[in-house]
Design a protein around this ligand. Structure first.
Ligand code: HEC
Ligand code: HEC
Ligand code: HEC
Ligand code: HEC
Ligand code: HEC
Length: 268
C-alpha cells in the first residue's frame, strides 16, 4: 500500500513548483515580448536629423500630404520626400525660404552631396504583414485614422498601435472611419461639417438609386422618392447634424466596402 505511487512521484511537487516558476518566468518574458511592443510603439517619437515640422508645413502652410508623400495609384508603400521636394521652397533661387537658417543646413548640404537625409523611420509593419496604402486611401480611409493628427505635430510620433487587433477592429466596422474621397487628406474633417443635402445629392449624382439610399438610412421598408424626402428621413433618424455612422453606412453599402479578415489577406 505504501508503494502505491512510484518513487519519482515524491519529487512531483518539487518538479511542479519548478515548472510553475519557469512557466511564470516564461510567461512574463512572453508578455513583455509580445504585448509591450504594441503599447510602447505608441508614442515613439525619435529625434529627426532635421527639425522638420508637420505643424508648419501641413498645418499652417496647408500643404497636402501627397505633395510630399506621393503614393502612386498602385504603390503599396508610402515614401518620405527626397531633398528635391524641400528645395522647391528652400533651394537657392527657388523661393529661398529661410535658406540661411541653421535648421536647414543639413538639407542644403545633403542636396549638394546628393545624399538623402537619414530620416528615422517611425512606422514599420513586420515583413510578414502585407499592407497597401492606396488600397485604403482610394476607399475612403484617411491618414488620420491610422496616424493621428499629424498636421498638429511638431515632431511625428507613433499615434496608433498598428497591431493586428487594431487592423481588424477597423476591418470589422469600417463605417466608423469611411469618408468621402475628397477628404482623405483633410485631417480635420468631421462628418458634421457636411451639408446633408450636398452629401446625398453627391450619391444621387453617382447614380445610386434613391430607394437604396433610403433603406440604408431607415432599414427595409423605408421609402423616398426625392432628395428632399431623403434629407427629411435622415434628419429624423440621425438628428440635425450629419453623423459619422450615417456617412460611413452609406459609403460602405454603395461602394461595397468589404475589408478582408482572412489570414491570407494580410499574411501572404
Ligand atoms: C513638406 C513635405 C511634407 C508634407 C506636406 C507632409 N509630410 Fe509627412 N513627412 C515629411 C518628412 C520629411 C518626413 C520624415 C521626417 C519626420 O518624420 O518628420 C515625414 C514623415 C511622416 C510620417 C512618419 C513616417 C515614418 O517614418 O513612419 C507620417 C505618418 C507622415 N509624414 C504623414 C503625413 C501626413 C498625414 C501629412 C498630411 C497631413 C504629411 N505627412 C505631410 C514631409 C512631409
Ligand atoms: C511649399 C514650400 C515648402 C516646402 C516644399 C518645404 N518647406 Fe520648409 N518651410 C516653408 C516655409 C514657408 C517655412 C517658414 C515658416 C515660418 O517660419 O513661418 C518653412 C520652414 C522650415 C524649417 C524651419 C526653419 C527655421 O529656421 O525655423 C525647416 C527646418 C524646414 N522648413 C524644412 C523643410 C524640409 C526638410 C522640407 C522637405 C521635406 C521642407 N521644409 C519643404 C516652406 C516649405
Ligand atoms: C489604414 C491605415 C493607414 C492609412 C489610412 C495611412 N497609413 Fe501610412 N502607414 C500605415 C502603416 C501600417 C504603415 C507601416 C507600413 C509598412 O511598414 O509597410 C504606414 C507607414 C507610413 C509612412 C512611412 C513609410 C516609409 O516607407 O517610410 C508614411 C510616410 C505614411 N505612412 C504616410 C501616410 C499618409 C500621408 C497617409 C494619408 C495620405 C497615410 N499614411 C495613410 C497605415 C496607414
Ligand atoms: C481605419 C480602418 C482600417 C484600418 C485601421 C486598416 N484597414 Fe485595411 N482596409 C480598410 C478598408 C476600408 C479596406 C478596403 C476594403 C474594400 O476595398 O472593399 C481595407 C483593405 C485592406 C486589404 C485588402 C486590399 C489589399 O490591399 O489587398 C488589406 C490586405 C488590408 N486592408 C490590410 C490592413 C492591415 C495589415 C492593416 C493594419 C496594419 C489594416 N488593413 C488596417 C480599412 C482599414
Ligand atoms: C487585417 C490584417 C490581418 C489579418 C486579417 C490577420 N492578421 Fe495576423 N497580423 C497582422 C499584423 C499587422 C500583425 C503584426 C502585429 C504587430 O506588429 O503588432 C500580425 C501578426 C500576426 C502574428 C504574429 C504574432 C503577434 O502577435 O505578433 C501571427 C501569428 C498572426 N498575425 C496570425 C494571424 C492569423 C492566424 C490570422 C487569421 C485568423 C491573421 N493573423 C489575420 C495583420 C493581420
Amino acid at each position: 500500500m505504501g508503494n502505491f505511487f512510484p518513487r519519482w512521484t515524491n519529487w512531483l511537487p518539487l518538479k511542479l513548483a519548478i515548472a510553475v516558476v519557469f512557466i511564470a518566468f516564461g510567461v512574463s518574458v512572453g508578455v513583455a515580448y509580445y504585448f509591450t511592443p504594441k503599447y510602447t510603439r505608441v508614442g515613439y517619437e525619435p529625434t529627426q536629423p532635421v527639425p522638420f515640422s508637420h505643424k508648419i508645413h501641413a498645418g499652417q502652410l496647408g500643404l497636402d500630404c501627397r505633395y510630399c508623400h506621393s503614393f502612386g495609384e498602385t504603390s503599396s508603400h508610402s515614401n518620405v520626400p527626397t531633398n528635391q521636394t524641400c528645395f522647391n521652397c528652400h533651394g537657392p533661387g527657388k523661393g529661398n525660404i529661410r535658406s540661411n537658417s541653421p535648421k536647414l543646413e543639413m538639407v542644403i548640404k545633403a542636396n549638394e552631396t546628393g545624399k538623402s537625409i537619414p530620416w528615422v523611420k517611425i512606422h514599420k509593419a513586420p515583413d510578414y504583414v502585407y499592407f497597401n496604402h492606396s488600397a485604403h486611401l482610394n476607399r475612403g480611409i484617411s491618414c488620420v485614422s491610422c496616424h493621428g493628427k499629424i498636421n498638429e505635430m511638431e515632431v511625428v510620433r507613433h499615434d496608433q498601435p498598428q497591431s493586428m487587433g487594431w487592423c481588424l477592429d477597423c476591418h470589422r466596422n469600417p463605417e466608423n472611419n469611411l469618408r468621402p474621397l475628397e477628404f482623405v487628406t483633410k485631417l480635420d474633417y468631421k462628418a458634421s461639417d457636411l451639408k446633408r443635402a450636398d452629401f446625398y445629392k453627391g450619391l444621387i449624382d453617382k447614380k445610386v438609386p434613391v430607394d437604396e439610399i433610403a433603406t440604408a438610412i431607415g432599414g427595409e421598408g423605408s421609402k423616398a422618392d426625392s432628395l428632399e424626402q431623403i434629407v427629411a428621413l435622415a434628419e429624423k433618424t440621425y438628428g440635425k447634424e450629419v453623423t459619422q455612422t450615417e456617412v460611413g453606412t452609406q459609403i460602405k453599402k454603395h461602394w461595397q466596402i468589404q475589408p478582408p479578415d482572412s489570414c491570407t489577406a494580410c499574411h501572404r
